[in-house]
Each structure stands twice: as C-alpha cells, then as structure tokens.
Design a protein around this ligand. Structure first.
Ligand code: AMP
Length: 232
C-alpha cells in the first residue's frame, strides 16, 4: 500500500498514519518528524529548516523533496509506505509523481482527513506530545500533563503556539489545499470525516481503502505482500 495523508494541522494525520502503518506493515514517513529530529540533532538540515518551522512556514520544496526521495529509496519502502505531511505543495506532488514513475510505482490513494478550521485551532491548543515516547494526545484544561502510554511528561510542540498555528492554517489553505484537488483529478482522493473518534476515523479509512481496486497488492489479512502492482 502506498499512501499519502492530507488534512489540516491536527486533523489526525500522525495518529491515523501510525495506525495505518501498523495495519499494513509499511513505514510511516513523517517529514515534520524528520525535520524535528534534524533540529534536535543540530544537523545541517536542522539548521536550514528551523526558521521556517518555528514560524509555521513551509521549508523550501527542494529540501522536502530531497529527504523524501532519500527515504523512499530505503529497503523498507519496497513493501509500500505512508507519507504524512508530504506533499504539501503542488510542486512537491508533481516531484513525487516523477520520483515514483522512475521507480516504476505509483500511489494507491491520498487520504484526506477533513476537519473544520475551528476544530484544528481547538485541537492544536490542546495538543501535547510526550517528551519520552513522542506519542501525541489531547489534554483537557486542568487535566494531568502526563503521558497515558509511558508516564512521561507532556510538552507542547513549539510550533503549536497560537501565532504559529494560525500561520500554519493559512499556509495550508494557500499552499496545501490545491494538493487535494491535484489528487482528486487523478482519482486518488479518499475523503474521510476527521470529526469522529479515532477508532471510527480509522475504520472508515480501512473500509474505503479496502474498496480500492488493488487486486494483487494485499493478502487476506490486509498486510502488504510486496507485489508491486501499479494501479491506474
Ligand atoms: P508537521 O509535523 O507535518 O505538522 O510539520 C511541521 C512543520 O514542518 C511544518 O509546519 C513545516 O514547517 C515543515 N514541513 C513538514 N513537512 C513539510 C513539507 N512537505 N514541505 C515543507 N515543509 C514541511
């Protein structure tokens, strides 16, 4: 299964991406996480991307395309992959198409998790990340700021502050929304209602993906087989 996840910030791309990657046995490739890791490790990539990420702007297309291309060449992507946070511009979507064509493969679907802008703002304000295990959760005002999974301390992502978050929404609407139309025109768009509980969103995605015409791609238990059939 080869997927991209689309949706406003905090729509649930990361959460659903993790669940889907487990379900299909494919790597969850998050460009945002790769950039944050590079910033933490203070690599050259981290230094070149920090200012964009801290202000909620997109990092230049060239950098995003390069790290994704490198990642897709790794062996674990041969069975499929899930891209979370990429492509974010039509230029990135076009580059991805060219890269995949060179590899003789194509995407199966672009899952678009739909939530309102008001809901995105509410979720971003309440979003916390575990400093220990990196899992993401929603907190209620005054609630415990401790991770349910591992008991680690919960922190707010620096780019989840109100000003940066508002800019990320504007950037999404201006630069990433056209990517939704890009995939709609190619018949790859799978829209899902992101305003439901996590399990229901997941069930809806699985149900819609199971209806795709992927005859030889997955075996009975839904796990990828490594057969690289190409869907038109
Ligand atoms: P995310 O974790 O997906 O919300 O991404 C966090 C930030 O990383 C974004 O606000 C952008 O600054 C940057 N970023 C992540 N993916 C991309 C991409 N495909 N193109 C450009 N910038 C990106």
């Amino acid at each position: 299964m080869r997927l991209v996840m689309l949706g406003l910030p905090a729509a649930g791309k990361g959460t659903q991406g993790r669940l889907l990657s487990e379900r299909y046995g494919i790597p969850h490739v998050s460009t945002g996480s790769m950039f944050r890791d590079a910033m933490r490790a203070q690599t050259d990539l981290g230094r070149r991307t920090r200012a964009f990420i801290e202000t909620g702007e997109l990092v230049p297309d060239g950098l995003a395309v390069e790290i994704v291309e490198e990642r897709l060449k790794k062996d674990d992507c041969r069975r499929g992959f899930l891209l979370d946070g990429f492509p974010r511009t039509v230029e990135q979507a076009e580059s991805l198409e060219v890269t995949l064509a060179k590899m003789n493969i194509s995407l199966d679907a672009a899952v678009n998790i739909q939530i309102s802008e008001a809901e995105a703002i509410r979720r971003i304000a309440n979003r916390r990340v575990c400093a220990q295990c990196s899992s993401t959760t929603q907190v209620t005002p005054g609630g415990a700021e401790v991770c349910d999974e591992c008991g680690g301390p919960l922190v707010q992502r620096p780019d989840d502050n109100e000003e940066t978050a508002r800019n990320r929404l504007l950037v999404y609407l201006a630069q990433t929304q056209p990517v939704v139309d890009f995939y709609r025109k190619r018949g790859l768009l799978v829209p899902v209602n992101g305003l439901q509980p996590v399990e229901k969103v997941f069930a809806q995605i699985i149900q819609r993906l199971s209806r795709l015409d992927l005859p030889k791609r997955a075996n009975g238990n839904g796990r990828a087989t490594g057969i690289t059939g190409v869907m038109s």
